[in-house]
Design a protein around this ligand. Structure first.
Ligand SMILES: O=C(O)[C@@H](CO)OP(=O)(O)O
Ligand SMILES: [Mg+2]
Length: 414
């Protein structure tokens, strides 16, 4: 049985934050797949272009859907080749990465329905399929929140040893609730504001935020009997000032040169027992990443590259040759198409990098991320904790687990 594409339709759509984006409907045989692309706010400068300068309308205008007809929807590489030839630029600046994302994901969904096989199985880059650990931000700031919130973008939690995915999701939710209580104890007038991904966005600095989150995680651990790990996504490119050669924590008056930033990260990791640090340094500092990765390896801390790697196989090769980072964020829309993200996942596997399949801060209601995570053998799925566009992905993990009772849950090995 084949799943040849017979029709592709695009429409303008909006993410949960209101960013303009593209939704695609792809028909393969008698089945239809649909996907809408997410959008980042702290996007790395080496990512493909989300949309051309004229926005989603121009992306849709410049896309010729007839050139997709007859392509095998179950073959992400063939879909990528067609998208690349329609676009003709290096970074999808003509049709937009949003179009590449939407068409490639919708095509695989259509194939999955047509062939009666789950999407993750068609991605198929795992040994034994496993449910990834959910990683979510319970407190945050940076580009995802308003003034006064911490300069560090995300304070993250994840269960280390959950019995199943329901316990795992519940653990993160409990920490999220307790974080609010912890903030209110320190500031009774906290107006309960949240950032783009549903994390609490209080007026406090990095250290206070870590105190609140580690107290909440310890209390949730005791209550639920699940060990909870702590992490940060520093999104350090957003606080890096090239003209000063320094990381500028504007809200807390801290200024650190690259060596100072590495020492600060090491101090926080030691003091709070962090197990995960994403983008501790700016996106072009491969040497700095290699240094902190060497430090972290013996200590059980996973250093993860997001803006550093931008789901690009060539940047991963460079990082691997230097030992920069041990984990890799995989965001399909950073690469553009699903086929390109799958090439990246293969490279991660060959080079021994742990994959963290991730949402974007401006995400859509789609749940495909769960299939991308399971299908690429990701150890974690990073998708916030609360909010409809976050929970849709967790719910799909629950459904995958329900359909495959024997499926195990991933364990983080650093
Ligand atoms: O930095 C990140 O990891 C992401 C998602 O949390 O943010 P954005 O989508 O804004 O790049
Ligand atoms: Mg990040």
């Amino acid at each position: 049985m084949t799943a040849k594409i017979v029709e592709v339709k695009l429409r303008l759509a909006f993410t949960g934050r209101g960013d303009e984006t593209v939704e695609a409907e792809v028909r393969a045989g008698g089945s239809r797949g649909r996907a809408a692309a997410p959008a980042g706010a702290s996007a790395g400068k080496h990512e493909v272009r989300h949309l051309p300068p004229g926005g989603a309308a121009e992306a849709i205008r410049s896309f010729d859907p007839s050139r997709m007809i007859g392509i095998d929807a179950s073959d992400p590489r063939a879909v990528t080749a067609a998208l690349r030839s329609i676009d003709g630029t290096r970074d999808y600046s003509r049709i937009g990465g949003a179009t590449a994302y939407a068409v490639s994901v919708a095509a695989l969904e259509a194939a999955s329905i047509e062939l009666g096989r789950p999407m993750y199985e068609l991605i198929g880059l795992y040994g034994e399929p496993r449910i990834p650990l959910p990683l979510g931000n319970v407190l945050g700031g940076g580009k995802h929140a308003g003034g006064g919130a911490p300069d560090v973008q995300e304070f993250l939690v994840f269960p280390l040893d959950p019995g199943n995915i329901v316990d795992a999701v519940r653990a993160n939710l409990r920490v999220h609730t307790l974080v609010r209580k912890g903030i209110e104890r320190r500031d009774p007038s906290f107006p309960a504001g949240k950032g783009d991904e549903g994390a609490w966005a209080p007026r406090m600095g990095t250290i206070d935020a870590l105190e609140v989150v580690s107290e909440a995680a310890a209390a949730a651990s005791d209550e639920l009997g699940v060990h909870i790990g702590l992490g940060l996504d520093v999104a350090a490119s957003t606080i890096w000032s090239p003209s000063d050669g320094a990381y500028v924590y504007g809200r807390e008056g801290r200024r650190l040169d690259p060596e100072g930033q590495i020492s600060f990260m090491e101090e926080l990791a030691d003091r709070y027992g962090l197990k995960y640090i994403e983008d501790p340094l700016q996106e072009d500092d491969f040497e700095g990443f290699a240094e902190i990765t060497r430090w972290a390896k013996g200590r059980g801390v996973l250093i993860v590259g997001d803006d550093l790697l931008v789901t690009s196989s060539s940047r991963l090769e460079r990082a691997a040759s230097m030992g920069a980072a041990a984990g890799a964020i995989l965001k399909v829309n950073q690469a553009g198409s699903l086929g390109e993200a799958m090439d990246f996942a293969r490279a991660c596997r060959d080079r021994g990098y742990s994959i963290v399949a991730s949402h974007r801060s401006g995400d859509t209601w789609d749940s495909h991320l769960a299939h991308v995570a399971v299908g690429t053998g990701a150890v974690m799925m990073k998708s916030g904790v609360v909010g409809g566009e976050r929970m849709s992905k967790h719910m799909e993990l629950l459904r995958i687990a329900e359909a495959h009772p024997g499926i195990g849950i991933a364990r983080l090995r650093i």
